[in-house]
Design a protein around this ligand. Structure first.
Ligand code: DGJ
Length: 714
């Protein structure tokens, strides 16, 4: 049985439905909220029948509702600021008016509550559903919009945001992350939102996050800090062009995020539903640390694959061999890897192409047949040989791309994204295949099946090394060219989904010429992502810190390489704080470096259940001081691992762990200490969590590029 409340506003009957297994909020019929344990989005139906919202973080007040409070505002019927929805109806009318119709709630199996608010246009058969999935314990709300109509012809969606969250009018700060290749996420910017519209966006379609990541933090009590203040993380689940606009009209601020309306008008046929990407909101009243821990827990459950399974120690050959390898050079890397404790070998770019061998990045992309002179018997013997020697085997692929110098391009020049009458513009000598074309979809799917179907392959790195600069499709009709941006990403997700379903035991790394595709839209099909080609550990300390605001460290691939020529102990310690891997020619390492690596691998195996499945506490911000420090706490709070990364010379001051059980005893032990450095003063001693959090632990490092990894356990 359903409970129904009726509203009569402007003669429009509105209904609040509460599904049988749902939980009704005790609110008046014209007021309802989407809530989690500590967070609420408060909605109200106005006397005019429209849907309004009370600003996040404000009391459910009674102040007069203005058009600037409108939830999901529409263009063309009185709302003059940045709209969430802009539609051209089948008859050419450019206005939309949405009136409240009903709200329903249901609980899903995982205990999350789905609230669906239906709105309709009284003058047109157009219906909009605002969806909110609230994860009560983690204070996470996922939000998305569905649009359907039954007009006489297609309607054009000019703008269709995933969210239009209402924020208080004053004192809201935005923290966002700018970057570029090798600098991804490295530039955090915090600024107050002021009247006008601040836009964060990408117009690159593919590899869209290279400069700007679609994740940000809004803070309501001044610039955000780690352990206090109200903060709201926002992260858009979309790997294509996106737009996040913070529209301050002087009365209110709307945070509008979704697909980028730039050049993306979408013609929606009668009866079809347009579903926007999902927006993730995470609330914390206790600063950034708690915000991240909640988001990490959500991600391990819902945002990535196998979020409760620890990751293997990986060795990649890219930095070690580049394109220069053959069967015996690769097999020659296996035994030293195994001897060091490596568990998984990843063969990178360069294994394919025959007419145009992939011996550099100028040729062969798209021709996914193993190169006969490098690998005469194909990939299988390489994989089998690895397994025989106790290693798993993984493979690199870049299924969306093609070099013009390839058999694929020779056969199908019309399969690429390009603009007619324009000179082909290459990036890294390559082009993007047009995934809106069914034959390209079939080709890419077949290529993936051929590669991942090779026996003994249990891991793959999915790369993507360019973005769109000439967005034209010879498959889409001339009046549907603007669909390319959206249809590409949806076809990509269908491909990723099929891959994840068909190869459930194959772990996948999401890579995009570094970190050009780091978002929860794609990550849900993957186990980890490649944050950047920049593996200089002094850069990785702040970069991984920034990524950790939004992504769990178990998803952040961190490899030991020679970038920056930093001491091996420092490089290993940094990699141990995320998803540990190596990109080294182990045959060329000095005996001392080998011993450091072996020590790091064995220490990492000992602590990975804590660092990958535990809670992260960010202790000292590397952007601010002379060092960065973190700790991870196991779910039962019995074990902790503290990392200290010294970026500049500085005092050997104690680092103060967080998250410990004050009453529990912890014994201190430095893991894999750097050769020649004195033992830490508290080595082997036992203290309560309370004492450790109060007095801190003196690390072994005091000079630039030194690190200390300290285990606190029983
Ligand atoms: C870009 C990636 O980021 C690198 O790690 C490597 O896989 C190369 N592509 C290979 O072409």
């Amino acid at each position: 049985m359903k409970i129904q409340f009726y509203l009569f506003a402007l003669g429009v009957a509105a209904t609040l439905f509460v599904a049988e297994n749902g939980v009704a909020n005790p609110v008046a019929a014209n007021k309802f909220c989407v809530s989690t344990r500590n967070f609420a989005l408060n909605f109200e139906v106005g006397d005019d029948g429209r849907l309004y919202q009370r600003a996040v973080g404000t009391a459910d007040g009674n102040e007069k509702l203005l058009r600037t409070h409108e939830s999901y505002p529409q263009a063309g019927d009185g709302y003059v600021w940045e709209p969430a929805l802009q539609v051209v109806h089948a008859d050419g009318n450019t206005s939309t008016a949405l009136f409240f119709e009903s709200v329903t709630r249901t609980n899903d199996d995982a205990g999350r509550e789905l609230t669906q608010i239906k709105l309709h246009d009284p003058a047109y058969p157009l219906e909009v559903t605002l969806n909110f999935r609230a994860d009560r314990e983690r204070d996470v709300v996922e939000e998305w919009t569905g649009i359907i109509h039954h007009e006489s012809g297609a309607v054009t969606l000019e703008r269709m945001a995933s969210t239009a969250l209402l924020l208080p009018p004053k004192n809201v700060y935005l923290t966002h992350f700018f970057g570029d290749w090798a600098k991804e996420m490295l530039t955090p910017i915090t600024e107050q939102i002021t009247p006008g519209t601040k836009v964060l966006d990408s117009k690159m379609g593919v590899r869209a996050d290279q400069f700007q990541n679609p994740s940000f933090v809004l803070s309501l009590d001044g610039p955000p800090v780690e352990n206090s203040g109200r903060v709201l993380a926002g992260s858009l689940e979309w790997s294509g062009s996106f737009q996040c606009a913070f529209d301050d009209n002087g009365e209110n601020i709307h945070a509008l995020c979704g697909v980028n309306p730039f050049a993306s008008a979408y013609h929606l046929n009668p009866g079809e539903t347009f579903t926007t990407p999902k927006m993730i909101w995470v609330w914390s009243a206790n600063g950034l640390g708690e915000m991240s821990r909640k988001l990490h827990r959500w991600a391990r459950d819902f945002g990535m694959r196998d979020g409760h399974k620890t990751r293997a120690v990986l060795l990649n050959n890219w930095e070690a061999t580049g394109f220069e390898f053959d069967f015996s050079r690769i097999v020659g890397l296996y035994d030293p890897a195994k001897a060091l404790g490596v568990e998984l070998f990843l063969l990178d770019d360069g294994w394919f192409g025959n007419k145009y061998p992939r011996v550099n990045d100028h040729a062969g992309l798209g021709d996914w047949q193993p190169n006969r002179s490098r690998l005469p018997d194909g990939l299988a013997p390489l994989a089998t040989e690895a397994v025989k020697r106790g290693l798993r085997f993984g493979i690199w692929m870049e299924p969306e791309m093609v070099n013009p110098k390839s058999e694929l391009f020779e056969q199908h020049p019309d399969w690429v994204i390009r603009q007619p009458k324009r000179a082909l513009e290459l990036q890294r000598n390559q082009l993007v295949l047009d995934l809106t074309r069914p034959k390209v979809q079939a080709f890419e799917w077949q290529s993936i099946q051929n590669i991942l179907g090779v026996p003994d392959i249990s891991y793959a790195k999915w790369d993507c090394n360019r973005y769109l600069t000439q967005p034209g499709s010879s498959y889409l009709a001339p009046d549907r060219q603007s669909h390319l941006w959206i249809d590409y990403v949806n076809a990509l997700y269908a491909l990723m989904d099929k891959t994840a379903q068909a190869f459930p035991d194959t772990e996948l790394m999401l890579c995009s010429g570094g970190g050009g595709r780091v978002d929860y839209g794609a990550l849900k099909y993957f186990h980890e992502f490649w944050p950047s080609d920049n593996t200089d550990p002094t850069q990785r300390v702040p970069m991984q810190w920034d990524y950790s605001y939004f992504f769990p460290p178990m998803a952040i691939a961190s490899h030991v390489t020679h970038w920056g020529n930093r001491p091996m102990h420092f490089a290993c310690s940094v990699a141990m704080s995320a998803r540990f891997g190596m990109d080294l020619d182990l045959n060329k390492l000095s005996a001392q470096d080998k011993a450091i690596c072996a020590g790091a691998i064995s220490a990492y195996k000992r602590i990975r259940d804590v660092t990958q499945l535990g809670d992260l506490y960010r202790l000292e911000n590397p952007h601010e001081g002379f060092r960065g420090a973190l700790d991870f706490v196991s779910p039962d709070r019995a074990r902790t691992v503290v990392f200290v990364f010294q970026l500049k010379d500085g005092p050997q001051s104690p680092v103060h762990p967080q998250g410990l059980d004050p009453a529990k005893n912890y014994t201190i032990h430095e893991l894999n200490p750097a050769p020649g450095r004195a033992a830490i003063p508290q080595e082997g001693k036992t203290f309560t969590g309370e004492v450790l959090m109060r007095d801190g632990i003196v690390p072994s490092c005091a000079h630039a590029v030194e690190a200390s990894v300290i285990e606190l356990g029983s």
